[in-house]
Design a protein around this ligand. Structure first.
Ligand code: UGA
Length: 421
């Protein structure tokens, strides 16, 4: 988020310095290289761009009047709450470099109450604080930042300047008609986590329907199309499959529940535990489908896993259902070979023992079963007749319901989707 935000703020015409403690990231960004796969980001980075530079020196913040905090808030080790170490460290590091007239703007996803606490830390410097949550999606990060759905400013109600400063920063998207909501800190913080909780709930709802479809012979994709025509429901985020992952939805719903518990209203978000459970069950369902279709035992079976990233157009494998399925197949005794157009290197860092290959054909060659767990277009567009010439078996498990079942069946495959007959 930080790298994209820095590059996009420069693109909006501001003079930007991006600061990080990670030297290799700064080195890459300074050389005009995106340190991760994100469409469009590379085009905004250039060592010759005078409005955009990167450094590890926090004192460079003195050059600016507005300081965005865009560090991560991962799940704490061994728990479910959000780890605020990096947010706290970033604000502490800024304190000696800010003063009257400066605005610190939080973008990180934080438990409600964090902004009010940080505002007290910032106040003695004479600077003020706003909370401006980020709603970008990986894979669309640049366009979501330059043309957001909405802008939300959480401000102190005694501070008239903060919203004015943010309006100046976001002048271009505001002029293009982006809705803007100015509110208090708590509401702004909650907008972010409740939006992600709603999206996670929507996905788990349709995945729960997939579970019902599986015992009734119904088709969840047709069901999603039909209920999606109701404008109050909407078709987006109703794709049933192996479920949600990534660096946001899973940890955000857990941290939100943890915060609600602390606030004494844990019961209000108790349903998010079910949302999480449904989601995790779908990963095992994919493994079970492979097992059933390979005669009940995976021991020694060659299985190809197509996809490692948590979704297409990303190399992010944090809490990736695809990578989890690959691991579960290995644990069940299968000989797994995996591929992904962008995420092999990131996957290798956390699961070094898996067998990765670049080429789709090589990955499928000799396989007893093929499993699609990330719906990259490279996999959706595979020709089932051609793939039949590479594989040994004819079992395809579509963990994203993204293949044309009738095409694959006509080419002689046993096709199994999630929540589909
Ligand atoms: C999510 C939100 O969509 C963003 O609005 C938010 O800003 C971001 O988290 C964040 O908090 O930073 P992102 O994690 O990039 O964005 O990914 P999504 O597009 O939301 O997808 C999340 C997961 O849900 C993926 O694994 C995807 O495959 C899965 N998904 C999505 C489904 O299983 N079914 C669907 O219908 C849609």
């Amino acid at each position: 988020m930080g790298a994209v935000h820095a590059a996009c703020m420069a693109e909006l015409g501001h003079d930007v310095v991006g600061i990080d403690v990670d030297e290799s990231k700064i080195e890459n960004l300074s050389a005009g290289r995106a340190p991760f796969f994100e469409p469009g980001l590379g085009d905004l980075l250039s060592p010759d761009n005078a409005r955009l530079r990167f450094t590890t020196d926090i004192a460079a913040a003195e050059h600016a009047r507005v300081h965005f905090i865009a560090v991560g808030t991962p799940q704490v080790a061994g728990g479910v709450a959000a780890d605020l170490t990096y947010v706290n460290a970033a604000v502490e590091a800024l304190l000696p470099h800010i003063g009257p007239g400066h605005l610190v703007v939080g973008k990180s996803t934080v438990p409600v109450g964090t902004a009010a606490r940080l505002a007290e830390l910032v106040a003695p410097t004479g600077a003020s604080l706003a909370w401006n949550p980020e709603f970008l999606r990986e894979g669309f990060a640049v366009s979501d930042t330059l043309s957001p759905d909405r802008l939300v400013y959480g401000v102190d109600n005694r501070d008239d300047r903060a919203a004015e400063v943010l309006d100046e920063i976001y002048k271009r998207p505001l002029e293009a008609g982006t809705p803007r909501i100015v509110t208090d800190y708590a509401t702004a913080e909650l907008v972010k986590v409740s939006a992600n909780a709603f999206l996670a709930t929507k996905i788990s709802f349709i995945n729960a329907m997939a579970e019902i479809a599986e015992v009734t012979g119904a088709d969840v994709t047709t069901l999603a199309d039909a209920i999606g025509y109701d404008a109050r429901i909407g078709r987006r985020f109703l794709n049933a499959g192996v479920g949600f992952g990534g660096g946001c939805l899973p940890k955000d719903i857990r941290a939100f529940q943890a915060r609600a518990e602390e606030l004494g209203v844990g019961h209000s978000l108790a349903f998010l535990a079910d949302v999480d459970d449904v989601n995790l069950r779908r990963r095992q369902r994919v493994v079970d489908l492979v097992t059933e279709n390979l005669g009940g035992d995976l021991m020694g079976k060659a299985v190809t896993v197509l996809g490692l990233a948590f979704k297409p157009e990303s190399d992010d494998v944090r809490d990736s259902p695809a990578l989890d399925v690959a691991q579960r197949l290995v644990d069940a005794g299968a000989i797994v070979r995996a591929t992904d157009p962008e995420a092999i290197e990131t996957a290798r860092r956390i699961r070094p023992h898996l067998d990765y290959v670049e080429s789709i054909q090589e990955a499928i060659s000799g396989a007893d079963a093929v499993v699609v767990v990330t719906e990259w277009h490279q996999f959706r567009e595979l020709d089932p007749a051609e793939v039949a010439g590479w594989a040994r078996g004819r079992v395809v498990v579509d963990g994203r319901n993204c293949l044309d079942a009738s095409d694959w069946r006509s080419a002689g495959w046993t096709y199994a989707g999630l929540g589909r007959p």
